[in-house]
Write a protein that binds this ligand. Structure first.
Ligand code: PEP
Ligand code: MG
Length: 883
């Protein structure tokens, strides 16, 4: 079996496409060799060896030894030096390289092949004893740390002590003899620590290093990184062994790292740093301050030391030419490592560079302009989720941070404000012109007003689909939810976190993009929606098939969503309209009434307000489709809790407190989410839905008159599980429409459909579709009811599930395609079987999640609907999934 792939001298056995087998670094070293770039010769031991290594109790597979020996001999022939040769030794680097880049997670050994004899030989041969012993001491400390487990600080201490003794301040002041002295002390320390000497046998050295690199695939750092980035353990790492080139051969030598464009702004300018007379680890270790690559960057950075462009113009020119070659070849921004040995440039690595969202956008758009890539490729180059970084204010990355606690990044963006603990107070302070942060254990629909008044929301309980999270995302308010380490004391109006007590009136900053809660005010940077962003969005719109709508109920949110490119409203949650100050009293009177007759008067009061709400939404949407969902949540959510609130509501509504208390007891439920909610309310109290239907139709006629555009409302019945439920309610809606038509002498166009939020609804989709003109998948509830996991309580154990890998993703954030997705797929099929032209959409939180959007494309939904700030993300994700 072939375990080893060689590269160098303008050719290679591997290529970029063999990434799975050779790892990213190995595949790209092969590719660079193939296109004739200067790569020191070497070879890659495949990821299959890593797999075999772990399967065989950390033993190497048969045949590997011979292949490595042969490949090492080939390198030696190529560079004219030989591994272990006392007079003319070949030195190699041994480095890891997995399929996905895992920067700094695994181990590296440089200068391998040195011992007492070869070091002396290298010094003679190079005519530079100091260089040879500098390399040897580097090797001893690195190898001892990585392979032998004698930690780095041992060697640092010795070197520091020696420098003090000699009154040196810089490493460069040490002479060859000084290094020999240090090396002797290093070897003593290894002997002390291990009870045996530092290995002088170069073969022992190389197999030790290979084993250590494979072993590092399962070190703690690497495991954590893999977990965070969803990299499977089964991939394994490759090992790259390569002839050393030396950046530490004096002042004509150097080492550096660079990006072909600026990875933080995307600007087309070389970006990076280098160090003269140094090796790679010096740049990383930060012992010396690296110098700028270009003169321009040096001047901008006010840097005194010459840039590479000035200090090594020839090598820099070659590097710049290489950058151009690499970008043309890979058609992407590259992140490279290089070394200059006595004026000659060598490339040690290239990979596509990590970048910020802003840079990704700029680079993608500019590369289309440069003819490097086409529009479709550009669309694929930007991670839709990362657009979040651009749509909201972000914390100035250079500002100092004092983190009080970290919760869930529930709604992106960052804002600072004065702490308040209740919603009424938030509203009052907003009125007074103050920026407030609403801090609650959790929020309920009652807090809508307060949330709207706040610049940011912080809760200590609840997950990514908790009320606070969903509503905050909808409003575009930054929100951190479930910050469990914070203790709120409503009585004293304080909270404590990390030993700090924060009082009402103190200023904090909430960063909903990272989940951080910070002390004091931190400066933010404002988003920019024109330029590259607008260009990429135009391309996305050109290539996507699915429509993108928004979940919105306030004019403000609807307008924001239009600005972000929403093509209609996919979900208007009418209950949120019930909390506005002008109607909550009537809403409560309606709920507290004993019978239909008692409900009529308050409903009459609510009707004109709802009509006006809908008229406004229709007008903002200018003839685009608007789906309005009739009342959904259990009624007690609108009612007061606690004696104080009851007294207040009793006063507002004129209903005696004892009657109120009795009615509250009647309405209390054990499992409200599975209780008297959704269409069940409409069945018990048809007059509520009738009022809403009338408000919708009358609002539609008004808006049509105003805008001149036809308004075709889509009326949606929530939480249907049975066709008979839908039929009962649809008949009421149709009857109201007929009444309004008769009263106004106008014809109404509208459709009636349902949400699919219950497994039974999905299973019975064929029957339900006979009555429903459209389906909207309410995947929040569908996830809740399919898993039998409460949306509101999931946060308490979701982390355990994720940590213990019971679940790989929170199903309330990214659709569970296997289970919940299967119900969606089946309902879509069955719905279409009964009604081929049925309109299908999704309005659960998943409608703004790129992976879930790709699934919606696959199932052939007509649209996705998401909160206003996610509309651009959905547009881009929909385009990516269509391509
Ligand atoms: C849903 O259940 O997915 C949905 C959109 O409705 P809500 O979140 O209001 O329950
Ligand atoms: Mg729902």
């Amino acid at each position: 079996k072939k375990w080893v792939y060689s590269f160098g001298d303008g050719k290679a056995e591997g290529a970029a496409k063999l990434r799975d087998l050779l790892g990213g670094k190995g595949a790209n070293l092969a590719e660079m060799s193939n296109i004739g770039l200067p790569v020191p010769p070497g070879f890659t031991i495949t990821t299959e060896v890593c797999t075999a290594f772990y399967e065989n109790d950390r033993a190497f597979p048969a045949g590997l030894k011979e292949q490595v020996e042969k490949a090492l001999a080939d390198i030696g022939n190529s560079v004219g030096a030989h591994f272990g040769d006392a007079a003319n030794p070949l030195l190699v680097s041994v480095r890891s390289g997995a399929r996905a880049s895992m920067p700094g997670m695994m181990d590296t050994v440089l200068n391998l092949g040195l011992n007492d004899e070869t070091a002396a030989g290298l010094g003679k041969r190079a005519g530079d004893e100091r260089f040879a012993y500098d390399s040897y001491r580097r090797f001893i400390s690195m190898y001892s740390d990585v392979v032998l487990g004698v930690e780095h600080h041992n060697f640092e201490e010795i070197l520091e002590y020696f420098k003090e003794e000699q009154e040196y301040s810089l490493d460069t002041e040490l002479s060859a003899d000084d290094w020999k002295n240090v090396i002797a002390r290093y070897k003593e320390r290894v002997q002390e620590e291990l009870g045996k000497p530092f290995p002088q046998d170069v073969n022992e050295q190389i197999w030790g290093a290979i084993g250590a690199v494979f072993g590092s695939w399962r070190n703690r750092r690497a495991e954590t990184y893999r977990r965070l980035h969803n990299i499977p353990e089964s991939w394994g790492t490759a090992v790259n062994i390569q002839a050393m080139v030396f950046g530490n051969m004096g002042d004509t030598s150097a080492t550096g790292v660079a990006f072909t464009r600026n990875p933080s702004t995307g600007e087309k300018a070389y970006y990076g740093e280098f160090l003269v007379n140094a090796q790679g680890e010096d740049v990383v270790a930060g012992i010396r301050t690296p110098q700028s690559l270009t003169k321009k960057a040096r001047l901008e950075g006010n840097d005194k030391k010459p840039s590479m462009e000035e200090a090594m113009p020839d090598a820099f020119a070659e590097l710049a030419a290489t950058f151009e070659r690499l970008e043309k070849h890979y058609t992407d921004m590259q992140d490279v490592e290089f070394t200059v040995q006595e004026g000659k440039l060598w490339m040690l690595q290239t990979r596509s560079g990590k970048r910020t969202a802003k840079a990704a956008l700029k680079i993608a758009v500019e590369m289309v302009g440069e003819g490097l890539i086409d529009e479709k490729t550009a669309i694929g180059r930007v991670d839709p989720a990362s657009l979040d970084q651009l749509l909201h204010p972000t914390l100035d990355p250079d500002a100092p941070r004092d983190v009080l606690a970290t919760g869930l990044p529930a709604s992106p963006g960052a804002a600072s404000g004065t702490v308040v603990f209740n919603s009424d107070e938030a509203a009052a302070m907003r009125q007074a012109g103050k920026d407030v942060v609403l801090v609650r254990v959790e929020t309920s629909p009652e807090d809508i007003n307060g949330m709207h008044s706040a610049v940011a929301i912080l809760t200590t309980r609840g997950g990514m689909t908790s009320h606070a999270a969903v509503v905050a995302r909808g409003m575009g308010r930054p929100c951190v939810s479930g910050a469990g380490s914070i203790r709120i004391d409503y009585k004293t109006e304080t909270f404590t976190a990390s030993g700090v007590t924060v009082k009402k009136g103190d200023i904090i900053t909430v960063d909903g993009s990272t989940g951080q809660v910070l002390k004091g005010q931190i400066p933010t940077l404002q988003p920019e929606l024109s330029g590259d962003f607008a260009t990429l969005m135009t391309w996305a719109d050109k290539y996507r098939r699915m429509q993108v709508r928004t979940n919105a109920e306030t004019p403000h949110d609807a307008e924001t969503a239009r600005k972000f490119g929403a093509e209609g409203i996919g979900l208007c949650r009418t209950e949120h309209m019930f909390f506005d100050e002008d109607r909550i009293v009537a809403v409560r009177q309606m709920i507290l009434a004993d019978d239909a007759k008692g409900r009529r008067a308050p409903l009459e009061k609510i009707l004109p307000m709802q009509r006006d709400d809908f008229r406004q939404l229709f007008e903002i949407m200018q003839g685009l489709p608007v789906t309005i969902r009739l009342l959904d949540p259990p009624l007690h959510e609108f009612l007061p809790k606690g004696d104080e609130e009851i007294a207040q509501v009793s006063e507002d509504t004129g209903i005696p407190a004892d009657k109120l208390t009795r009615r509250l007891a009647e309405l209390a439920e054990t499992n409200p989410m599975l209780g008297h909610r959704g269409c069940r309310l409409g069945i018990s109290y048809p007059e509520i839905y009738e009022m809403q239907a009338r408000a919708i139709f009358e609002g539609a006629l008004l808006a049509a008159k105003e805008t001149g555009a036809p308004v075709i409302p889509e009326i949606m019945i929530p939480l249907v599980g049975m066709k008979t439920e839908l039929d009962f309610l649809k008949a009421r809606v149709v009857a109201v429409a007929a009444e309004v038509e008769k009263e106004q002498g106008k014809k109404l166009e509208y459709s009636v459909g349902t949400m699919i939020e219950l497994p039974r609804a999905a299973l019975m989709a064929r029957e339900i579709a006979a009555s429903a003109e459209f389906f909207s998948f309410g995947t929040n509830d569908l996830t809740q009811t399919t898993f039998g996991i409460s949306r509101d309580d999931a946060a308490q154990f979701m982390n355990d599930y994720l940590g213990k890998k019971i679940l790989t993703q929170d199903p309330f954030v990214s659709l569970d395609i296997d289970g919940v997705g299967e119900l969606v797929r089946l309902a879509a099929e069955r719905g279409r079987a009964a009604r081929p032209d049925i309109k299908l959409g999704i309005c659960g939180e998943h409608g703004g999640d790129p992976a879930s959007i790709a699934f919606c494309e696959e199932v052939g939904l007509s649209y996705v609907s998401c909160s206003p700030y996610r509309v651009p993300i959905a547009r881009l994700a929909a385009a990516q999934s269509a391509l």
